[in-house]
Design a protein. Sequence first.
Length: 234
Amino acid sequence: MGLLITFVLGLFIVAGALVAQHAKDHARIEHISVAVAAGAMAALVVLDLIPEALEELPDGKWFLLPVFLNIGILLLKLLDAFVPEHEGHGAAHIGIVSTIAIVLHNIIEGMAVYSMTGESARVGALMALGVGLHNIPMGMMIGSTLQEDRHNRMVILLTLAAVSTFVGGVLMHFLWTHIGGMLIGALISMTLGMILYIECFELVPHLLRAPDRRRSVIGALAGIAVVAVSTLLG
């Protein structure tokens, strides 16, 4: 199940690129996907990831949660440092360098999603949904910046970005049997840090800049509702 989920997760990148190539209202689609992802990830943190991390960490070792959480935040921060700003760079250059960073980023995300699926298929699927919606704008960015580039190169870069989450899942698949409870707790805590980083430094700032606050609220509430209902039914 974990490998299937990480494979499907990569398809959100492709979906984003197709939106950039063919959709008329890019801004609306991007806004909705970010809003739903923000709500879903916030609910996932509160309802699932924090309790799961505390359960897996050894008794009395709750203080390890913020330690590994900050490691997860730092990891994504370092990867994001390699994504260039648009000013001063050509569109194709931005697309290529950003794709390389996204591939590394998605390998880590694939490992995180697989590790959550190993604990709970429901939580892993919900996390993949939130991360996948967040990846749609990434795919849109790749598709739009490489639009004028050679077609073959764009296909290769998109394929690398799309399969990178699955590669992370495969890596974790082979490592999973060698991982004990303490390490599982550490991985979940790091995953929590990654989700918080995406939420606080990417999704929320994007929504605060968006002119349509009503759509932001409705999308976020929809994301929260999906996770809350799934938690109640699970």
